[in-house]
Design a protein around this ligand. Structure first.
Ligand code: SF4
Ligand code: SF4
Length: 84
């Protein structure tokens, strides 16, 4: 079994897994900004933005502390034979 981040259009372009942000749900609480261990989330016009996608470790801390499910780290589970 292989687990990997599912790809959005932006991630497919830059080949880096980053959280998905639904700005319509973001209530500007700043939790994701405070909890990101690598400091790559900021608020722009009151909405969360990932400023340096290449530095994201996909730790899911931002998702864990978001009270409105505005920032999410989806995981795609792929079932298959183990790689040799
Ligand atoms: S997944 Fe982790 S490293 Fe990436 S933006 Fe969220 S808190 Fe920061
Ligand atoms: S934790 Fe969620 S609601 Fe709060 S600023 Fe971040 S994305 Fe917006």
């Amino acid at each position: 079994m292989v687990m990997k981040a599912s790809g959005g259009e932006h991630r497919a372009r830059c080949c880096v897994a980053i959280p998905e942000i639904d700005t319509s749900k973001c209530i500007s609480c700043g939790n994701c900004v405070e909890e990101c261990p690598v400091g790559i989330v900021t608020l722009v016009d009151g909405k969360a933005v990932i400023t340096n996608p290449e530095a994201c470790s996909y730790c899911t801390e931002c998702e864990s502390f978001c009270p409105s499910a505005a920032i999410r780290c989806p995981i795609e589970i792929v079932l298959g034979a183990p790689e040799s």
